[in-house]
Write a protein that binds this ligand. Structure first.
Ligand code: NAP
Length: 279
């Protein structure tokens, strides 16, 4: 029952209608008898510079942020913790008294979801990230932080791929980095040498990714496509025929949400159980 004491948590982004975060958090609130609700709020991207000011006015108990607010909120927060500061992107904001503290659970969520299904596929791995937006930067940097041997970003706008390399070199100088264009030739030049491919572009790049020759990948490689909402991710059938292990973005979604829930409430949830419910 919603009462005058019920706390409200929210996902802020644009678009958010496809998000399954409310489903996760509301089940966990119910399971743990937390008097709270979690809603998805579609926020006009043109108001990105007002999001943190709104949080100081409205009594939302905590929020998650998605496209296009993860980077825009950083300067207005009171503090930005650990990995969020290293990658310059926040996906979780927690209230500590009057202060708004930014965290990033995407990297940890990606690593935990991958480990849950495949064990450690990151230590010493050569990682190829397709896309260098917020998600691509975050998961590539998470791999660097977890001991990857090298991380390469291919992106339509190569300057963003180079920026991901520069940031990684600043924080994890032992990891070899490389940047290139998001095209079939750049993929082909690197495919045979990679252990882990992470497709982190948004839906508009699907045709570009479908043009990549995935038969050049080693059959023992792993391919993760973060777009859990896509019914038919690019190259899925060809990857399977090649023997490449494929993971959707659902484990990342569930494990990053579980860590956000822990930051919101102090409670640890059964992420593996939630993942079984979601797929
Ligand atoms: P973003 O910051 O907007 O970045 C979008 C990325 O897609 C950029 O690399 C962009 O390249 C590329 N792109 C977009 N349209 C393209 C096109 N037509 N051709 C080639 N490249 C194109 O978004 P994001 O936060 O990184 O999110 C990316 C995707 O990951 C989203 O679809 C999101 O749903 C998913 N995601 C999933 C999870 C999860 O938990 N599973 C978490 C976060 C994100 P340019 O830089 O050249 O524009």
């Amino acid at each position: 029952m919603i009462t005058g004491r019920t706390r409200t948590f929210a996902l802020l982004g644009h678009p958010v209608a496809h998000s399954r975060s409310p489903e996760l958090h509301n089940v966990w609130f119910a399971e743990h008898n937390v008097d709270a609700r979690y809603v998805a709020l579609d926020v006009d991207p043109a108001r990105a510079d007002q999001v943190v000011a709104a949080l100081r006015t409205l009594p939302l108990a905590g929020v998650n942020l998605t496209i296009p607010f993860k980077e825009a909120v950083v300067p207005a927060l009171d503090a930005v913790e650990g990995f969020a500061a290293q990658v310059g992107a926040v996906n979780t904001v927690v209230r500590e008294g009057d202060r708004l503290i930014g965290h990033n659970t995407d990297g940890l969520g990606f690593l935990a979801g991958l480990r849950a299904e495949f064990g450690d596929r990151v230590t010493g791995a050569r990682v190829l990230v397709l896309g260098a937006g917020g998600a691509g930067l975050g998961v590539g940097a998470a791999c660097a932080s977890a001991g990857a041997r090298s991380v390469t970003w291919l992106n339509r706008d190569v300057t963003r791929a180079q920026a991901a390399c520069d940031r990684t070199t600043t924080h994890w100088p032992g990891v070899a980095v490389d940047a290139g264009a998001l095209d079939a030739a750049a993929f082909a030049a690197r495919a045979a040498e990679v252990d882990l491919v992470i497709a982190a572009t948004s839906g508009g790049a699907a045709d570009t990714l479908a043009s990549f020759d995935v038969d050049l990948l080693r059959p023992d490689a792993v391919w993760c496509d973060l777009n859990y909402w896509m019914s038919a991710p690019p190259s899925l059938a060809r990857l399977r025929a090649r023997g490449v292990a494929v993971q959707s973005g659902m484990p990342m979604l569930v494990y990053q949400a579980a860590e956000a829930f822990r930051l919101f409430t102090g409670l640890t949830v059964d992420a593996a159980g939630a993942l079984r419910r979601m797929v």
